[in-house]
Every structure is written in C-alpha cells, then in structure tokens.
Design a protein around this ligand. Structure first.
Ligand SMILES: CC(C)(COP(=O)(O)OP(=O)(O)OC[C@H]1O[C@@H](n2cnc3c(N)ncnc32)[C@H](O)[C@@H]1OP(=O)(O)O)[C@@H](O)C(=O)NCCC(=O)NCCS
Length: 196
C-alpha cells in the first residue's frame, strides 16, 4: 500500500479501502411481488459503506446521510448482487463513499446496474465518541479526481437546496399556497380560503 505523510497527516490511496460485497438474493429477501425488498439492498449498501469508510478511517464510522437512492431496475431472487464501494471524497471528519450496485443473473450472465448512491459517513473516536479526523485521500486517476470534484459540487448543491427549502417549509400561510393543489390528486376536507 502506498501511503504518504505530509505535515504529520496521513494520506491513503482510494484503492486501499475499495470494498466489494457480493450477496446471493435468497427467497426470504423478497417482497410480495417476488422482487427483492429495497430495504435489504439499503442495508447491504450501509454495510459496504461502513466497511469502506472504516477501512479508510481506521476507526468506526457512522452513517450521516444518504444521497439519492433510485432503484432503476428490480432485483430478482437468485441474483448475485455486488456492491462496489469507494471513498470519493474526504472532509475533515466525514467521508463520502460512492456505491455502485450491480445485479447479476447467474444463468444468463447478464449484469444490470441497479443504482449508484453516495453515503456520507463520519469517523468517530472510540473513547470520546466525538468525530475524529480521517486520513487524506490520494487520487491516482482521472476518475477518482472526477468523483472527488463531483462530491464537492454535490455538497454545495445540497447546502443550497437545504437553505432554500428552509425558506419555504413551515410557511405559515398555507392558504396562499393552496393554488399548488390545482393539478394534484387530493381533495380538501378541511376549511381553507379556497373552499369557504
Ligand atoms: C454525524 C454526527 C457525528 C455529527 O456530529 P456533530 O457533533 O454535529 O459534528 P460536526 O458538526 O463537527 O460534523 C462532523 C462532520 O459531519 C458532517 N455532517 C454533519 N451532518 C451532516 C449531514 N447531514 N450531511 C453531511 N455531512 C454532515 C459535517 O460536515 C462534518 O464534516 P467534516 O468534519 O468533514 O467537515 C452526529 O450527528 C451523529 O452522531 N449522528 C448520528 C449518526 C448515527 O448514529 N448514524 C447511524 C444511523 S442510526
């Protein structure tokens, strides 16, 4: 493993913590429609995010947020699901783990990309349970550079979204916004300025 130290800070390459978990989708993971429960996949994603993040951090980590879980295709019983995890970005105590989920039909050998998600994990100090600084990241190819930059942009967009949403949510005057319901499939059975 090529590790470097600069100003007493340790840096690890992305490949050091890259982790893949492969699991067979057994019948007890299925929903009533015979497909795999989304929650099973989320749990596996959390597991691989933890493995990857704690390998990089050298300490235990907690999941702080998950960005965008869109299931693009159903996963079938009997499929082999692989979760490929890689540290995309490190902050001070947090790191972003990108997870690519692929589902393989062993009979046809067809591999489908079912989703890609980004888990933000925070490293914790075992004694104090406070956030702990994580090692820096060595970017060794253009893909790793691209993912690092995209993580910065995603963080900025998320912050802007959170700020903007803070301004609109909990708005006191619901009656002023009742027009938003015009094309929605709901019926009001409460009294508002629209139906008095
Ligand atoms: C995440 C947690 C450690 C943050 O604690 P805190 O005292 O607020 O610490 P800080 O404000 O210093 O944040 C620590 C890091 O988390 C990041 N962070 C905090 N909340 C975040 C969020 N919602 N999304 C992304 N990153 C977040 C901060 O940006 C900071 O990153 P940095 O050090 O790389 O700059 C704390 O909220 C926690 O323990 N949450 C519970 C997590 C958990 O138990 N998860 C399992 C699910 S049950």
């Amino acid at each position: 493993m090529s590790t470097t130290t600069e100003n007493h800070e340790t840096y690890f390459p992305v490949k050091y913590s890259q982790t893949t978990i492969t699991e067979l989708m057994i019948p007890s993971y299925a929903n009533f429609g015979g497909k795999i429960h989304g929650g099973i996949l989320l749990s596996l994603m959390d597991k691989v995010a933890y493995a990857c993040a704690s390998r990089h951090a050298g300490t235990y980590c907690v999941t702080v947020s998950v960005d965008e879980v869109n299931f693009l295709a159903p996963v079938e019983v009997g499929d082999l699901v692989s979760m490929h995890a890689s540290v995309n970005h490190v902050g001070n105590t947090s790191l972003v783990v990108g997870i690519r989920v692929e589902s393989e039909n062993v009979k046809t050998r067809q591999i489908r990309h079912t989703n890609t998600s980004y888990f933000t994990m925070v490293a914790k100090d075992e004694q104090t349970a406070k956030p702990k600084q994580v090692p820096g990241l060595i970017l060794e190819d253009r893909n790793q550079l691209r993912r690092f930059i995209e993580a910065i942009k995603r963080k900025e967009i998320k912050k802007r979204y959170a700020d903007e949403f803070d301004n609109v949510k909990g708005s006191e005057n619901l009656d002023e916004q009742i027009g938003l319901l015009d094309n929605e499939r709901c019926r009001l059975s409460i009294i508002t300025s629209k139906n008095v």
